[in-house]
Ligand binder design. Structure first.
Ligand code: HT7
Ligand code: ZN
Length: 846
């Protein structure tokens, strides 16, 4: 397979003035007619007229009305064209109903839909399918479906046809078409300049009762982007469509967002609080792309973080504003450590802006998205809020309509602040997670306290040498009474080693370092549990207070695993104090009660140079939760009943927080053998959050057989709930039986490998069952590999993403390593393996 390099970028030889497309829809023989006005690009030297095209049957091609015979390959075509403006016309045939890869035009439950990012448009027609070629699109759709949608504003429509016109120039990856017998949930929004916008969420009949929450989230997002970033919507209509078969979460096509139905449909009975929060965030994310991604797009796919990092950062700001800022930050850091840190510290490590790829779909990663967002958060911290929003205004003013680069992005900050950000740019080019170590020095005579920092980053694939980065370290000081004497300030670390001194102190202070997780680094502090317990009790920074508790839990678990130690009483006492402190909000207390996952512990052990033993990790995790239940035994009933939200169900921060805390208490009661609350809650819950939490408690305690069946009987006609049913069983199965349970689930009549949600719910959840997946027999590895081999010819994109389950393989013992290696080699040896999966497996093998 061919490798594409950032350094090789050259502009396309031609610019496009207009694109006209006509679709004559048919499941197996859709005809696509294109008429495109090209003219030579004065900024380009290479004038090869190459149009991408894959899996297309070319019916005819014309230049300025004259039939031509271009040179056609598997990847596209080349034609001789005039050195002057000309009109290209082509007719191609495609087969949406057999397109199981879900890229290009495909069918889902009888409905036509498209997915063009990153390189799907080339499966629709011949075109320069690259983000720096932007054009206005006029589209005519001919078909018998009731609803025919495309980007932009609606034009003429009638029996069997509809026309759409998008006045904004866009790259082909933002093209979308939907045709089906859909129903809409309508809405309306008036922009700050008084323009009325028609809103719709289009769904399959029967799903219309699940749209109200998404519609409200859309209106909230539109208002928020006006209030916070001054960005107004720019078309007469904004459509969202829910699709059941979708490779990722959602897609920001101009004026016609397409969503995985799991990321937009919500109801009290079928969605958990976490689903509601995720849906709100994804709707916001896709909407925010209208400016950060669509109006300003990426010059090439290496710049993906330009739109994704920024848009993730913006959606996180939105969620923090809509809900709780500290809780959102803690959730995001948990996710970053669970998904991005292992990626950055393993064979798939790559910079936020990668410099090479074979298959771009493999670079929609936690590094590009989540670390990309962290980089923007650091930039905001370094320049301050005011300069940040000034720079963003300049970015929109200067680059509206452009296909931009990270250099353009950095330049607006430099121009706004006068700062040289050359060193900061290393965050975009250097991969790996920096380690920041802190040593404290106290001189009692002079009352001087010094923090000595050092930073280093371990080598990553292709990058042996790392240079120091700019690291904003938020920190404050507490006195031994627990009062904050020095509020949060930002220490800008720029050297490999750097110190910060405080003078005139009456007593040795207790520092609180990396407040709010101000940089995506691993902090190494030589501090004892008494210090952590002190911070857990007194830190004014809610993130670091939580972090102190988390560190105590992790260290206790590590000692239990490595030294057969008992659970740490300092942790348990501190936890009891925080969890029973009713002045703290319920969501925060619920987060405190959660403990590190088994996968996180495996990573923590590996970081200490220890080989993680999945069975021991499983046992220690179980033992610690029993110990927590024990110490809280007298409080659990009150925690459970006091946190039942009163009144009608609302998926807001307060209601969700209370349910989260009550459900934790219910789970811990389960650990004490008290299952009545879970049984009663399962039987009477009027919402999915409480119903599925009760089911999980029963399953965890080995008492869930009947409830699992009842749940299935109740929800068998709801695809999204049945995904949860598959996931819960595969994810929670006893380690010794997990592979068998997961295998049986794949043989269930409702298992459908062509549906990415169902495949991920089953095999993704199984791969997340740490002790089950890593069972010493290797049965887990074999099961996943068998299914990846089966899925690859059907859906390469989803297969390749799921290979990441193997990315941490070198953490484990030699026996497990050789079992995994054998499975990876078996996948690689599969005849006709896709480019997507080939690249992933090759990189994972290293
Ligand atoms: N920009 C989108 C990324 C994307 C995608 C979405 C759905 C299916 C396939 C896809 N490939 C790439 C989603 C986003 O980040 O908003
Ligand atoms: Zn995005």
């Amino acid at each position: 397979p061919q490798t594409i390099y950032l350094k090789d970028y050259t502009p396309f030889g031609y610019l496009i003035d207009s694109v006209h497309l006509t679709f004559k829809l048919h499941p197996t023989t859709t005809r696509v007619l294109s008429r495109i006005a090209f003219r030579p690009n004065p900024d380009a030297t290479d004038k090869t007229f190459f149009l991408h095209g894959e899996q297309l049957t070319l019916i005819s091609a014309k230049i300025d009305g004259a039939e031509i015979t271009p040179e056609v390959t598997d990847e596209g075509l080349i034609a001789n064209v005039p050195d002057a403006p000309f009109v290209w016309e082509a007719e191609v045939e495609i087969s949406p109903s057999t397109n199981t890869a879900l890229e290009g035009l495909y069918m889902s439950n009888g409905m036509y839909c498209t997915q063009c990012e990153a390189e799907g448009f080339r499966k629709i027609t011949y075109y320069p399918d690259r983000p720096d070629v932007m054009a206005t699109f006029d589209v005519r759709i001919e078909g018998d479906e009731k609803v025919l949608l495309s980007n932009g504003n609606p034009g003429a429509s009638g029996d069997g046809f509809a026309e759409w016109s998008d006045p904004w120039k866009k790259p082909a990856y933002l093209f979308a078409l939907v045709a089906g017998d859909l129903v809409n949930h309508p809405g309306q929004f008036t922009t700050k300049s008084g323009k009325d916008v028609e809103l719709n969420i289009w769904v399959r009949p029967g799903d219309d009762g699940k749209c109200a929450f998404g519609m409200q989230a859309l209106k909230d997002s539109m208002k928020w982007d006006e209030d916070v970033y001054g960005r107004e919507y720019d078309l007469d209509i904004f459509n969202i469509v829910a699709v059941d078969d979708f490779n990722m979460g959602a897609m920001e096509n101009k004026g016609l967002n397409i969503f995985n139905s799991s990321c937009v449909l919500a109801s009290q009975a079928t969605s958990t609080d976490a689903d509601f929060e995720r849906i709100e965030a994804i709707i916001a994310h896709e909407y925010f792309h209208n400016w950060t991604g669509n109006r300003i797009t990426c010059r090439d796919w290496f710049q993906l973080c330009l739109k994704e990092g920024l848009t993730v950062f913006r959606d996180a700001q939105f969620t923090a504003d809509m809900r709780s800022e500290p809780v959102k930050r803690i959730d995001d850091v948990i996710a970053l450590r669970a998904r991005q840190f292992p990626e950055d510290q393993g064979p798939l490590s790559h910079p936020v802006r990668p410099e090479e790829f074979q298959e771009i779909n493999n670079f929609y990663t936690a590094t590009v998205y989540e670390k990309g967002a962290e980089v923007i958060g650091m930039l905001k911290t370094l320049v301050g809020d005011e300069a940040y929003y000034q720079a963003l205004d300049l970015y929109f003013e200067r680059h509206d309509g452009d296909a931009a680069t990270i250099e353009d992005w950095i330049k607006v900050f430099e121009d706004c602040t006068g700062r040289d950000l050359t060193q900061f740019k290393r965050w975009y080019s250097q991969s790996g997670t920096p380690k920041v170590s802190v040593r404290e020095e106290w001189q009692a005579e002079s009352g001087t306290f010094t923090l000595h920092f050092s930073q280093s980053t371990a080598p990553t694939p292709g990058q042996d040498v790392k240079d120091p980065r700019v690291i904003p370290i938020a920190l404050g000081l507490l006195n031994p009474n627990g009062d904050e004497t020095h509020p949060t300030r930002i220490f800008e670390m720029m050297e490999a080693e750097q110190s910060l001194t405080f003078t005139g102190l009456g007593a040795r202070p207790i520092p609180s370092i990396l407040r709010g997780f101000s940089a995506p680094v691993m902090l190494e502090q030589d501090i004892d549990n008494a210090r952590r317990a002190f911070l857990l009790a007194h830190d004014t920074d809610e993130f670091n207070r939580w972090e102190a508790g988390r560190d105590l839990a992790r260290d206790s678990l590590i000692n239990m695993i490595l030294k057969d130690a008992a659970p740490d009483p300092a942790y348990l006492d501190g936890l009891k104090r925080v969890v029973t402190d009713t002045s703290l909000d319920a969501a925060y207390r619920a987060l405190m009660l959660a403990q590190p996952t088994e996968t996180e512990l495996a990573g923590a052990l590996a970081a200490l140079g220890e080989t993680p033993d999945p069975d021991k990790i499983y046992a220690a995790t179980k033992a610690l939760s029993k110990a927590k239940a024990g110490i809280l035994a007298d409080d659990l009933h009150a925690l459970y009943s006091d946190n039942q939200p009163q009144g009608p169900y609302t998926p807001d921060a307060e209601g969700s927080g209370k349910r989260a805390l009550a459900n934790m208490a219910m789970a811990l009661l389960g650990r004490l053998g008290q299952l009545d609350p879970a049984k009663a809650q399962f039987a009477t819950a009027d919402n999915m959050t409480q119903q599925i939490a009760a089911l999980a408690t029963l399953v965890r305690e080995g008492a869930g057989t009947e409830a699992v069946q009842d749940f299935y009987d109740q929800w068998k006609s709801d695809r999204l709930v049945i995904d949860k049913w598959f996931g819960l069983q595969a994810g929670m199965a006893d380690p010794d039986q997990a592979a068998e349970v997961a295998k049986a689930l794949t043989q269930h009549a409702d298992f459908d490998m062509k549906n990415p949600n169902r495949f991920r719910a089953t095999l993704g959840a199984f791969a997340g069952n740490h002790a089950g997946f890593h069972h010493a027999t290797g049965a887990g590895y074999k099961l996943l590999a068998d299914w990846l081999i089966k899925l690859d010819p059907v859906n390469p994109q989803t297969t390749a993403r799921m290979c990441t389950a193997f990315q941490t393989w070198k953490r484990y013992d030699s026996q497990r390593q050789s079992l995994i290696r054998a499975e990876l080699e078996r996948i690689l040896a599969t005849e006709g393996l896709s480019r997507d999966t080939h690249e992933m497996v090759t990189r994972i093998l290293g």
